[in-house]
Design a protein around this ligand. Structure first.
Ligand code: AMP
Ligand code: TRP
Length: 328
């Protein structure tokens, strides 16, 4: 049997090129490799930990479903599902909560960052977020979890919970491993020392951006006051970020990209990057529009995937209940 792979993205707004290069593109490549039994889900329960208007949530979920399909995830090859349609995720998260040390959760960088960002809404869900994530992974016995590097600390907690669960209730789970892409951390175009994040939209290239918007953002990307093009992430992070994005979309090494543009101006590199990005996502944009014109088709695909996922998750849940003594 091929090893199981699980990953998810939160439906919290438009995807940017950081989400794409750090996660979604990798999802598609891993699916197409044929080496894994892939499960990709919409992490809608996770997204409730951030402030939202209930009126928007269905649409955000639908959009992310369309993003998955438009990027190339294929229901014939991968199980595509919506987290909240598989209740076992919440049920198992509760059980894992009971073996999770509070101290481990207090160390989580994402919890600290988000608590600062949403001071008015520091909810318990934000705190126990990594526990739900562990449930997402373990219900499917996933061995491989492709994510951006900001999620590695959460995966480490999953591994800790596997050891705790096995020690307390008997050998049940195997520790999963994270899988990073070549660009696990795309930086903001506005501030190359910070990661690209939708909380700072003008530093993001969104996958839906039309060529004009891409041009405006790339041409204003912060670089440095030098004049030559060279790959030096420590001293010239802004330029390095542009070279890395170019590299990820062409499969050339960043140094090779720098060599290709040696002697050219920053403006020239930015023009080339603008065309590359605009062209790379042209098919995606068209496909996404087409998909969103028939939301029922999207809903059917994800309903079928959720049914398949639930069958696996429920079987694991039955075993968990036996092991923990909740059922005979
Ligand atoms: P989120 O939108 O936080 O659910 O992120 C979805 C996925 O994109 C996760 O695997 C993140 O690690 C990844 N990701 C988010 N921002 C970036 C970034 N700037 N660079 C690389 N990966 C990212
Ligand atoms: N926490 C991830 C993020 O913010 C999304 C996520 C939720 C996830 N559950 C997961 C990723 C399980 C991998 C596996 O991006």
């Amino acid at each position: 049997m091929k090893p199981v792979l699980v990953s998810g993205i939160q439906p919290t707004g438009k995807l940017h090129i950081g989400n794409y290069l750090g996660a979604l593109k990798n999802f598609v490549d891993l699916q197409d490799s044929g080496e894994y039994r892939c499960h990709f889900f919409i992490a809608d329960l996770h997204s409730m930990t951030e402030p939202f208007d209930p009126k928007d949530k269905r649409l955000q979920v639908l959009e992310l479903c369309a993003d998955y399909l438009a990027a190339g995830l294929d229901p014939a090859q991968s199980v595509l599902f919506v987290q909240s349609e598989v209740p076992a995720h919440s049920e198992f998260a509760w059980i894992l909560n009971t073996i999770t040390p509070v101290g481990e959760l207090q160390r989580m960088t994402q919890f600290k960052d988000k608590s600062l960002r949403q001071e008015e809404h520091i909810n318990a869900g934000l705190f126990t977020y990594p526990v739900l994530m562990a449930a997402d992974i373990l219900l499917y016995d996933a061995r491989t979890v492709p994510v951006g590097d900001d999620q590695l600390q959460h995966l480490e907690l999953t591994r800790t919970l596997v050891r705790k669960f096995n020690a307390k209730f008997g050998n049940t789970f195997v520790e999963p491993k994270g899988l990073l892409t070549r660009t696990p951390r795309v930086m903001s175009l506005k501030d190359p020392l910070k990661k690209m994040s939708k909380s700072q939209p003008d530093g993001c290239i969104f996958l839906d951006d039309e060529p004009e918007a891409i041009k405006a953002k790339v041409s204003r990307a912060v670089t440095d006051s030098e004049t030559t093009i060279a790959y030096d992430p420590d001293r010239r992070p802004g330029l390095a970020n542009l070279l890395e994005i170019y590299s990820a979309l062409t499969h050339l090494e960043p140094k090779a990209v720098a060599a290709e543009f040696a002697g050219e101006s920053y403006a020239e590199l930015k023009r080339a990057l603008t065309s590359l990005v605009a062209e790379h996502f042209a098919g995606f944009r068209a496909k996404k529009k087409e998909l969103l014109a028939s939301p029922d088709t999207i809903a059917k695909i994800f309903a079928a995937g959720s049914k398949t996922a639930a069958a696996t998750a429920n079987a694991t849940m039955a075993e968990i209940k036996r092991k923990t003594g909740l059922s005979g």
